[in-house]
Structure formats: structure tokens, C-alpha cells
Ligand binder design. Structure first.
Ligand code: NI
Length: 176
């Protein structure tokens, strides 16, 4: 069953998610539902707080790379940082350039309970950083300067108030 995606400013998006002590059937069922939700909504990733569950679980689906990880953490990040256009399923209709590490190493638990490490770069690295931010109550808008953030939230509110309003231009970024 696809789950409802919580939208900004839902307070659950600002809470810190709890570690998952072990992979249980309940966690596997949640992961299945998150995958189904992500497939329906055409995004590159989804974190459990976005479906109202404060557990450290993410799903990442970027081209040929697909990961479900519990307790993911960034254990190394490149000094090189790059700009890329990002959106978020929880803040639909708006996007902005966000600076992220070009590559990261991510460690987490697979659904079979094994520790895994992933070397990610470019878009995949961006998606991991965005999803892990969600587990800490951080949204992509927090990485913007104040003026840009306010401008973007104003546009978001305008879209929310009049659902028939169209975004001012075609979206080009990665919805994460
Ligand atoms: Ni997001």
C-alpha cells in the first residue's frame, strides 16, 4: 500500500528519527511500503519521516542503483563540493541549487541485517545526503541562504493556496 507523504510544514519532518535496533518483519513491511510509495511518486529517494515514521530507514533509487538502508550514516565525504538542483517530495513544486559533497561513503544495515558500505558520487551521493538529512529533521531548504529560502517558501505557499497554479517553469532538478 502506498503511504501518504507528509508535506512541509508538517512538524514530523523536523524531528530526529530513532535508530533501528534490529531488522524485524515490521521494518521490512515498512520498507516495502516506502518502495511502493516512491515508485508511485517518481522521486529518487524517500526517508521514513516523510511517511510519518520516526525511524532511521531510507530508500534510494537512482538509475541502476537501488538501496534500502537502516541507520545510514556518512562515514566519509569528499572535500570537493558541487552544486546541483534539488527538490523534495515533501516540498512539492519548488526546487533550488544546493551544495553537497561530490562523493560520500555511506554505512548502514541492509534488510537482511548485514552491515553494508556504499561508495557514492554525483547524483547518488546527493540523494544519500538529502535522505540522511531527513532523518535528522533537516530539509534541503536549510542549506540555502535566508533570502533564497524565504523566496522559495513564498512560492511554495502560493502553490499550496491555489492548487491549480502551475510552477513558473518546468522543473529540471532531482526530486529527492
Ligand atoms: Ni526530500
Amino acid at each position: 500500500m502506498a503511504l501518504e507523504i507528509r508535506l512541509y510544514p508538517d512538524p514530523v519532518l523536523r524531528k530526529r528519527a530513532e535508530p533501528i535496533p534490529e531488522i524485524t518483519d515490521e521494518i521490512r513491511a515498512l520498507a516495502d511500503e516506502m518502495v511502493e510509495t516512491l515508485v508511485k511518486r517518481v522521486g529518487y529517494g524517500l526517508a521514513a519521516p516523510q511517511v510519518g515514521v520516526l525511524k532511521r530507514l531510507i530508500v534510494v533509487d537512482v538509475e541502476d542503483d537501488f538501496y534500502v538502508l537502516a541507520n545510514p550514516e556518512i562515514v566519509a565525504a569528499s572535500e570537493e563540493r558541487v552544486l546541483g538542483v534539488e527538490g523534495c517530495l515533501s516540498i512539492p513544486g519548488v526546487e533550488a541549487e544546493v551544495e553537497r559533497a561530490r562523493s560520500v561513503r555511506v554505512r548502514g544495515l541492509s534488510l537482511s541485517g548485514e552491515e553494508v558500505e556504499v561508495e557514492a558520487r554525483d547524483l547518488l551521493a546527493r540523494v544519500f545526503q538529502h535522505e540522511i538529512d531527513h532523518l535528522n529533521g533537516v530539509l534541503f531548504i536549510d542549506h540555502l541562504g535566508r533570502a533564497k529560502r524565504l523566496q522559495l517558501l513564498k512560492e511554495y505557499e502560493r502553490l499550496r493556496r491555489s492548487p491549480q497554479a502551475q510552477p513558473q517553469r518546468e522543473k529540471e532538478g532531482a526530486v529527492i
